[in-house]
Design a binder for this molecule. Sequence first.
Ligand SMILES: [Zn+2]
Length: 138
Amino acid sequence: MAEIDISQPRECIGRAFKGKPGPCPHCGGVLRQEYLTYLITAQRDGQLQNGFIAPENFGLLCPACPTIVVNSDKLRELIGLRVAPWAAGTEFALVGIVDIDAVPAEEWTQLGRETWPLPLIEFSRISGEVFLRPDGSD
Ligand SMILES: [Zn+2]
């Protein structure tokens, strides 16, 4: 299978689904589940707080157009697991994909510092359930 170019900004569509989400909502292409590294940031009272990066497979990329469908149930689960020790915010946002392969593995601990700014590919547009509170309230 051809490699999907993740360096292109994508529209992120958050959806709750079990199994597969069906075809790409934009072009009808066959979505492909991939392990990607995401940047998730916390927000408290409208102010951005720290974020964390996590490799996850809750996103499905369209090989034909710049779309990613994210399983919002899985995202909520991850935030629920990660928030307890961290607790910096009351709301969370999925911001984009980190092009982790652009940085040598031995430099990963330096990510986000001056030497290796985060190679973040922000989503061009975000819709659906990707801005969440860990307790599931809206
Ligand atoms: Zn598509």
